[in-house]
Ligand binder design. Structure first.
Ligand SMILES: [Zn+2]
Length: 97
């Protein structure tokens, strides 16, 4: 076996295609990652990264996620103090239940 072969899946945290973008009913873009959604908060032009925060922060949730210009997750705090939000998809729009 070549040394570059792994016998396990890559760590999920670094799998870029786990990040998806969804449109909420209000036309706002949300980032969805591992069942949780995040609101766009800040674009770091120097690093070309974007900070997204959990909407639950108003209730004290500290979760956030940082992606680079290729939508690759580079950093973040993925621990939430609440269960994932429940969405239904209607005509390509996500509606929070
Ligand atoms: Zn949260």
């Amino acid at each position: 076996m070549a040394a570059t072969e792994h016998d396990h899946a890559p760590p999920r945290f670094y799998v870029s295609n786990d990040v998806t973008y969804i449109d909420s009913r209000r036309g706002k873009k949300l980032l969805k990652y591992q069942e949780y959604t995040y609101n766009f908060t800040y674009h770091n032009a120097k690093m070309n990264t974007k900070l997204w925060r959990c909407p639950g922060r108003t209730r004290g949730c500290k979760a956030k996620i940082i992606v680079d210009c290729h939508d690759k997750v580079v950093s973040g705090t993925l621990e939430h103090d609440h269960p994932p939000p429940k969405y239904i998809c209607v005509n390509g729009m996500y509606i929070l239940l």
